[in-house]
Design a protein around this ligand. Structure first.
Ligand code: CA
Ligand code: CA
Length: 190
């Protein structure tokens, strides 16, 4: 019961989101956001998915290089974008119609406001959805997902082989390879 009293007061704890889609809003949205505020959301989806994020509304105080109020989007240790203002200028970037895609199944979003919000900026309304990774398209030529044929499906992929070959799974490396079927060679010889 002590923990239950303490946890809601700790505003620094990131908010964990694990659904396949969701909405993220600045504090008090659609009213103006409070000063001196910092909130982090950590999104995670299953392996085999990426996260697509976009903004339906964005209205933050503008500042040089977004040093006052900002929304930062990251994935693990990689920073994907920093946004502020209402429109993109030489020194600051607003999301507009931009879609941000995570490289893997994790995305973090941090909202931060400085000590003042005099113009009553209304903040942001963002949405995320999990999108399938097409492993058949995304693997490079040197590192093909499958020996012969690759079949993408939502949340994963599988491999198959040309006629006369069988799929061989190497449990140690979890790689699949196609090897000529010895049974076919024997049975088709005259
Ligand atoms: Ca501010
Ligand atoms: Ca897939």
């Amino acid at each position: 019961s002590i923990l239950m009293l303490i946890l809601p007061l700790n505003e620094d704890l990131p908010i964990r989101l694990t659904d396949m889609f969701g909405e993220i809003q600045s504090p008090n949205f659609p009213d103006s956001y409070p000063s001196d505020s910092e909130v982090t959301w950590n999104i995670s989806v299953p392996d085999g998915f990426k996260i697509k994020l976009y903004f339906m509304h964005f209205d933050l105080e503008s500042s040089y290089l977004c040093e006052y109020d900002y929304v930062k989007v990251s994935s693990e240790d990689q920073e994907l974008a920093t946004f502020c203002g209402r429109e993109t200028t030489d020194t600051e970037q607003a999301p507009g119609q931009q879609v941000i895609l995570s490289p893997g199944p994790y995305m973090g979003l941090t909202f931060r406001s400085d000590f003042s919000n005099e113009e009553r900026f209304t903040g942001f309304d963002a949405h995320y959805t999990a999108v399938d990774v097409d492993e058949c398209l995304e693997k490079s030529d040197e590192e093909l997902a499958c020996d012969h044929y690759c079949h993408n499906y939502i949340g994963g992929y599988y491999c198959s082989c040309r006629f006369g070959y069988i799929l061989h799974s190497d449990n140690r490396t979890s790689q699949t390879a196609c090897t000529a079927s010895s049974w076919r060679r024997v049975s088709s010889s005259p």
